[in-house]
Design a protein around this ligand. Structure first.
Ligand SMILES: [Cu+2]
Length: 148
């Protein structure tokens, strides 16, 4: 019994030691937006985020629209509805968070010019802790993986 009793407090000590500090940093990749059809009030934009530390996407801006909102899709009585995430989108440490059609996405409200198929727009993403990330989003109708 004695050796086991000695090992247990040691294991507790290891478990309680502080984790190595991870610098908050978010990598944004694979950004794309849907083309704006004439008169469309908004278009969806999508991006893949990799966060080193626990963080949160809190805001986004683009020169190609009046404002950018963070949305999610929820089922409501069999109907998919969009809802703004007022508190932003959590980004768990070390995980990949993909904003994609049918799930979390960015909504570019009041799209201006330059949102034609094949074009590009700039998105700036703001995080709770990590420095802002600016990405170039390709304008296309569907993600590459869904074109086949
Ligand atoms: Cu939306």
């Amino acid at each position: 019994m004695k050796p086991i009793l000695l090992i247990a407090p040691l294991a507790l000590l290891v478990a309680c030691s502080p984790k190595a500090q991870v610098e908050p940093a978010v990598t944004a990749s694979d950004a794309w937006c849907r083309p704006a059809v004439a008169g469309a009030p908004a278009v969806g934009c999508y991006v893949t985020l990799d966060s080193a530390a626990d963080d949160r996407l809190v805001a986004a801006q683009s020169p190609a629209g009046e404002r950018v909102e963070i949305h999610t899709m929820t089922m409501d009585g069999g109907v998919m509805r969009m809802r703004q995430l007022e508190d932003g989108l959590p980004l768990p440490a070390g995980e990949t968070t993909a904003l994609k059609p049918g799930a979390e996405h960015l909504m570019l409200i009041g799209p201006t010019s330059g949102l034609d198929e094949g074009g590009e727009v700039t998105l700036t993403l703001n995080f709770e802790k990590a420095p802002p990330a600016t990405v170039t989003a390709q304008i296309r109708s569907a993600p590459h993986a869904m074109e086949h």
